[in-house]
Design a protein around this ligand. Structure first.
Ligand SMILES: [Fe+2]
Length: 302
């Protein structure tokens, strides 16, 4: 990537949302995904060295994306976005309709070689299905990224995707591009910068505000319809500081710790199944429509 490359839009530096996920794949290579030992760094010094390399080698667009994310995701921003979106009064759509809506997201992907958003979702679900997981798990794979329709409401990339992290307490130094938090106004709020901040030890993630994005939004859309394991996968699939780094255990309660096994079980499907083989949408459609109707009404509030 040429050093002179400049982002096309200063608020949306990524040429497409997959650029963030491609970066995650470099940071969290597949061989480190063993869910039995989710956050055991074999050699802490080596891990630290590699960590620096990911940052140094990141594309300028990805770097800029994280800079904006860490600068602007404040406690107050998260509250404002929750107020703005969680009344779910924007649209009424079924799940498949939402998949087609997400598919209208126009970015700088190459339509000849890159898969569409809908194809990505089917690919994730199909891999879960091939591995013999239960139907709710397959369905979770299918819908887990539908919250990205936030982009279609005009939300900037840094408020839709990105590794999520708690706001209102100290930032873990395992969060990628940690140094960019220096520009976040919350860094200068002492009440937000202790280990537990505004929360308390073991208070449970239900009571913790994470940086705003597609995970939290979709969780609220579907929370009445799916089993708790599925809801954890959806709500925390981007919470890499917890499910891949093992951070923020002190905010979790016993149920969170148990349920995070499912978030970890889901992560490889989220991160490593996005290949180039195009799923046959028309062939798969009836299977998935039936699966959707097992759990969801024909219309949901978005
Ligand atoms: Fe996602």
């Amino acid at each position: 990537m040429a050093a002179t490359e400049t982002p096309s839009n200063s608020n949306d530096p990524l040429s497409n949302l997959e650029e963030w996920e491609d970066f995650l794949k470099v940071r969290y290579p597949e061989e480190t995904a063993a869910s039995s030992k989710p956050f055991q760094a074999t050699d802490p010094n080596k891990a630290k060295e590699q960590f620096r390399n990911y940052e140094a080698d990141a594309r300028p667009s990805v770097r800029e994306f994280y800079r904006l994310n860490h600068r602007h995701q404040t406690y107050d921003f998260v509250q404002a976005k929750k107020k703005e979106f969680l009344s779910l009064s924007r649209r009424r759509m079924g799940i498949w309709e939402a998949m087609e809506f997400l598919n209208t997201l126009v970015d700088d992907s190459d339509p000849d070689t890159d898969l569409s958003q809908l194809e990505h979702l089917l690919q994730t679900a199909e891999q879960i299905r091939r591995d013999g997981h239960p139907r709710w798990f397959i369905l979770t794979g299918l819908i887990h990224d539908l919250g990205k329709i936030l982009c279609l409401y005009g939300e900037p990339q840094w408020a839709v995707v990105g590794d999520t992290f708690p706001v209102g307490c100290a930032y873990s130094d395992k969060i990628v591009f940690h140094q960019f938090f220096a520009d976040n106004p919350d860094s200068r709020e002492p009440k937000y910068q202790t280990r537990t901040g505004i929360y308390s030890e073991g208070c449970g993630l239900e009571n913790v505000h994470l940086s705003w994005g597609h995970d939290e939004y979709l969780y609220h859309v579907v929370k009445g319809y799916l089993p708790p394991k599925a809801l954890y996968m959806i709500r925390y699939h981007s919470f890499y500081p917890a499910h891949r780094e093992g951070e923020y255990q002190h905010l979790m309660n016993g149920r969170d710790k148990e349920m995070f096994e499912w978030v970890r079980a889901f992560n490889p499907y989220d991160l490593y199944t996005k290949g180039h083989e195009r799923p046959n949408v028309e062939q798969l459609r009836s299977f998935y429509n039936e699966l959707i109707s097992e759990y969801f009404p024909t219309e949901l509030r978005w």
